[in-house]
Design a protein around this ligand. Structure first.
Ligand code: EPU
Length: 422
């Protein structure tokens, strides 16, 4: 991409990756046809579709030609007796596949799910998923790279999570909806994606109270029915566009973005000097001058999202002053900073803190995307670098941002996708 152009115009955000993948897993809880709309057209959705197919489901995906944004409809036909063994290589490729564990053990009484590994942002444990399912009555052993869970019928219980883990909260909710009796999950995650999953489960017939708070109460039911549901808009994609507008001193209307899902992030942008306006169906973000540095601390929702931390570092790198960015969710999420430094950013890391001294402009260089969000942060940095920046391994970004390059071009960025020779 060639830096120096302000992002201007309108961009539409489709459903959240981190919700859609769990909604697809939740379909396993009811036999019959579940339809989910606004599902992003990304590799992870293809992987989850394949995971479900190997479990015996029929899965089709159709892009919607309407407003754009890279969304579509997924239709999942779930058999009366799904298989309980997942494909090892598929599951290893995507951590979100672990979210079939709860539904399978609740519905079928057993599950064999490959252990997803760590990745370029940190170690990513599963202890809370396992101990929570054990409290619900499952027996779980780890053998030959698989987690094997068995439970003739799960029984409601109270569970206290050590940390408000998104994935553990979701897996335990999906297990508890078919358990006998009442389950209370304390210190539960409160992300909009949790609320989204609860809303879909409720539409399927589940009894859930407290979604979006730290205490979720679930009264188990005998069975659930399939449903038709629309995925919540992707707040991380929306936040990426908002930060991009500020960094490039542009003016962007982010259609379908929900301001209430980005309160802290938008407040930081306002402090940086941006104009932020919540519209009836979106958010408008514009910036006239060079942004001011703002300190950022990542925390579970409603705190500043860790998934926007690389973009926050990139923003600080071209702001006036010095920012302290603190990462509290992952132990390895500053690894991408080495790449940002290649673009001339002045960043020093000390444990889970990054000290960023802003520069007027960055300087283009070839850099490598190490994960979805790091890749998006590097692309934003490239937009404010002198010259032509090449971001390699862009397939990481494709996992979270449908039509990213097309949407950037739609906002005026000089960017193209190139195949590397050889
Ligand atoms: N953790 C444990 N043990 C557990 C579960 C989590 O130690 O049993 C730790 C993790 O290692 C991590 C922290 O707790 O350090 C947070 O993990 P959490 O379970 O909340 O995250 P997740 O469910 O694995 C989802 C998103 C992530 C996002 C986080 C936090 C999906 C598919 N992934 O992961 O998204 O960063 O919540 O909001 O929903 C991304 O989209 O780029 C991404 C990484």
């Amino acid at each position: 991409m060639t830096g120096g152009t302000a992002l201007t115009g309108r961009v539409r955000v489709t459903g959240a990756k981190n919700s859609a993948l769990k909604l697809m897993a939740a379909a396993l809880l009811a036999s019959g046809r579940t339809t989910i709309d606004e599902v992003p057209d990304i590799l992870d959705v293809s992987i989850m579709s394949e995971v479900l197919r190997r479990l015996g489901c029929g899965v089709s995906y159709e892009r919607c030609g309407d407003g754009g944004g890279g969304g579509g409809r997924v239709v999942i036909d779930v058999p009366d007796a799904p298989s309980t063994e997942t494909d090892y290589d598929l599951v290893r490729r995507m951590r979100a596949s672990i979210s079939v564990l709860g539904p399978l053990v609740a519905r079928c009484g057993s599950a064999r799910v490959a252990l997803p590994g760590g990745d370029a942002i940190g170690s990513r444990g599963l202890d809370m998923h396992i101990s929570g399912l054990e409290r619900l009555g499952a027996t779980i052993v780890s053998e030959h790279g698989f987690l094997v869970a068995t439970a003739p019928r799960l029984t409601g219980t109270s569970i206290w999570l050590d940390f408000p883990s998104v994935g553990a909260t979701e897996n335990l909710m999906m297990a508890a909806v078919l358990a006998s009796g009442t389950t209370v999950i304390d210190n539960a995650a409160r992300e909009p994606e949790i609320v989204d999953l609860c809303t879909m489960l409720t539409a399927m017939g589940a009894r859930i109270d407290g979604a979006g708070t730290s205490t979720i109460t679930i009264e188990g039911v005998e069975s659930l029915s399939p449903t038709t549901y629309t995925t919540v808009p992707d707040r991380i994609v929306a936040g990426t566009w908002a930060i991009g507008a500020v960094m490039t001193r542009g003016d962007v209307v982010i259609e379908r973005a929900v301001a209430a899902h980005l309160t802290v992030a938008l407040d930081k942008l306002t402090t940086a000097g941006a104009n932020v306006e919540a519209l009836s169906d979106g958010i408008r973000v514009s910036m006239d001058d060079r942004p001011r540095c703002v300190d950022v601390v990542t925390l579970p929702f409603p705190g500043f999202p860790t998934d926007l931390q690389p973009m926050a570092v990139a923003l600080a790198a071209v702001s006036t002053g010095t920012a302290l960015i603190t990462e509290n969710v992952y132990d390895g999420r500053f690894m991408f900073v080495n790449e940002l430094v290649r673009l001339g950013a002045d960043v020093r890391i000390d444990g889970h803190h990054a000290v960023v001294r802003g520069r007027e402009r960055l300087s283009s260089a070839p850099v490598v995307a190490t994960d979805i969000r790091a890749g998006a942060g590097l692309v934003l940095a490239g937009l404010v670098s002198d010259g032509v920046t090449e971001v390699q391994d862009i397939y990481h970004v494709d996992r979270g941002y449908p039509d990213f390059v097309e949407q950037l071009r739609g906002l005026g960025a000089k960017v193209e996708r190139t195949e590397r020779p050889g």
